[in-house]
Design a protein around this ligand. Structure first.
Ligand SMILES: NS(=O)(=O)c1c(F)c(F)c(S(=O)(=O)CCO)c(N[C@H]2CCc3ccccc32)c1F
Ligand SMILES: [Zn+2]
Length: 263
């Protein structure tokens, strides 16, 4: 689609000019305010199926100028939701090298260093993500808060290749691994609400599941995201660092956020 950025003349305050849904309702991300959370005992633990990929499998790690993406095979899927949701890709949002504060969702106003999103589409009803993209029951995205702390070997499965995708449009192949290892231990504790894509075209088509507990990566690993990538193409004269690729939190539009936990 058209060009859009996170700041400047094509920044998020201007997205709705070319992408009308970005100015609509049910937008993401949001701030999880304690007084607006409602415990729902029907929210069962998230069931990940076929997340343990063989190292014979090749995944594509790419820089699309907005984020770093890892392609995921559609046999990976979520079970236990209203429909089967098949994996499509995972990507990240982060801050800058000297400000490790770049998550999209926030908890009582607290922004985490970064946030990982695993994008899935309703493969029970739609043949591929492109047709599911703008359907109200089309997508399910898992969100994982990331904080800077302990080194996380699971993230090195692909972070060690980011120097091969420094510029917009670059891709490298990485070996499959157990994607479950990127997620927090507790898959039973999460926030749940109806929202949207957090980038243009901002379709209100996402069932959001954001895990309560963050995962940790080391400062060195965080900097691999926040200081090694550019949104510009390799041959462009002025390299543009890929930083602060997070949308600000949106109005609640009297939405309720359900939580699967009580304390
Ligand atoms: N935060 S988020 O989960 O809303 C989200 C992103 F933040 C984001 F950057 C991307 S993207 O593909 O890198 C950029 C253009 O959509 C997608 N990509 C999705 C939407 C479009 C598309 C098409 C095929 C596969 C994945 C996606 C996304 F779902
Ligand atoms: Zn995202």
């Amino acid at each position: 689609g058209g060009k859009w950025t996170y700041d400047g003349p094509d920044g998020e305050h201007h997205w709705s000019r070319n992408y009308p849904y970005c100015g609509g309702a049910f937008q993401s991300p949001i701030n999880f305010q304690p007084e607006l959370l409602r415990f729902d005992p029907n929210l069962l633990p998230i069931q990940l199926q076929d997340y343990n990929l063989s190292n014979k499998e090749q995944l594509t790690l790419s820089n699309n100028g907005h984020s770093v993406l890892l392609s995921l095979p559609s046999r990976m899927h979520l079970a236990g939701l209203s429909h089967r949701y098949s994996a499509a890709q995972l990507h990240f949002h982060w801050g800058s090298s000297n400000t490790p504060s770049g998550s999209e969702h926030t908890v009582n106003g607290k922004q985490f260093a970064a946030e990982m999103h695993l994008v899935h589409f309703n493969s029970a009803k739609y043949p591929n993500i492109s047709t599911a993209l703008d359907k109200s029951d089309g997508l399910a995205v898992l969100g994982v808060f990331i904080e800077v702390g302990e080194h996380n070997p699971a993230f090195d499965r692909f972070l060690k290749y980011v120097n091969g995708i420094k510029y917009n449009g670059q891709k490298v192949q990485v070996a499959g691994f157990n994607v479950r290892e990127l997620l927090p231990a507790r898959l039973d504790e999460y926030y749940r609400y109806d929202g949207s894509l957090t980038t243009p075209p901002c379709f209100p088509s996402v069932l959001w599941t954001v895990f309560r507990n963050p995962v940790s990566i080391s400062l060195r690993q965080y900097l691999a995201l926040a200081s090694a990538l550019f949104s510009s193409h390799a041959q462009e004269a002025a390299p543009m660092p890929l930083l602060g690729n997070y949308r600000k939190t949106q109005l609640m539009d009297n939405r309720v956020v359900l939580v699967s936990f009580q304390q």
